[in-house]
Design a protein. Sequence first.
Length: 477
Amino acid sequence: MGVRDGWKLFMPDTTSFVDWSASKISRSSPSQLGPRLGVDASGWMFAAKYHHVQTKNPAQASLFKRLGRLFHLPILLVFVFDGPKRPVHKRKKQIRRTTDWLTADFKRLLDGFGFAYWDAPGEAEAELAMLSNLHKIDAVMSEDFDALLFGAQCVIRINNESDSQYLIDVYENDNQFPPHELVAIALLSGGDYDASDGIKGCGIRTAVEIAKTGIGKQLADALKNCTTDDFRRVTLAWRRDLCDVLEKGVDPLNSRHRSLVSHIPLDFPNATVVSQYLRPLMSQSKGGRRMPVTPLPSLPDIPKLAKLCGELFTWGDSQDIINKFGDHVFPGLAVRELLRAWYKRRGVEPHIERTFTPQAIINQACSLRSNQQRRSSSELYVSLTITPQIIHQITSSVAGSYNVVTPEPTVNQWTVRAWLPRVLTLHALPNFLDNSQLQKKEDSKMMNSSVIIKSPRQKSGSAIEISSDDESKTVTS
């Protein structure tokens, strides 16, 4: 999406999401609260509708699972939705400006997880690029190349989102292609807003050569201060200059492209398309709404999320919901406990700490993940004890739901294990590993192909074997 073969212009860095966030945390200044990520919500909804699983409300189930994966990470998130004034034509289709049917449930899930969101006045990608340029976020998560075209400095795409891996491709635009060059490439080779697919015979490589002549900057500079009424006059003048460049050939063109001149339409470039690329509607635009705030840490609304899951999904009784939360929610609570400890050690503003007070649920480290083919080379396997208060919030919230059995009052607390970011853990709790046997186990693991670790969740006489490929197996002694 965006520009055909546009992603091939960049060489992404493939890494795990955990390691990306760890690198941001390690290099953060004392005033920073963690990595900040802006997410293209509309792209998520588009993908969720094509995620077919045998469950009630499969699109919502897909969104819940993906939100849970991000909730496990020490990242401050903001989701941006397309707004009511987005372009009416895109990808040769007419876009309805009505609210997507999935939007309401998606926003309810975001409220449950405690993630920030808002509606852009126009395109979400343009709004996210604006936030990137204003340094309110560190990266944009989107599958749409237009995010880079609008000026985003860093864009993240999903590489592998399986149960065992969460790999991302990180695209950094270190002025290799300024936005005005990417706009020129889109106009020449075809983009989302251009129904004619650009100039016939002009592929991505040729478009890059032409854009590097400075013709794109010339157009952007000419339109910077002109009124909308002058757009057509300016674009026609630019068309003449483009034809001169193609006929005469200028550096760094490898050769002249006279044959392309005959394929340039008389009305090229379309003034409306140029305006959509160079003057997208954003909160910062003249007449736009107030500027959005920087994403801040927040806690989930456990009762609201539990009640919503009971309504949307056929998970069974409250104990089944607790089991699901063990996979998708409770590890994120532990990450927020670590964030709070990290903020406290750095002397973060008191008002942040007062409004961000997760309950202590982290017990002890069990093992260290060191297989890069898994999610990360730097995760700790930690035991968590979910407090009676959290369990009560879940059971009381789902009691009486139409598809949930009344919960048994005997469930008081819950013990689960989760992989937590090692870098954040050691920044937040420097002495966390001092009293554990983890280091001895890891030293022993280096001398042996596997090591046997006692597990408090197993019956006496059983143990968990942590083998070299990080697969857990139960063995009997």
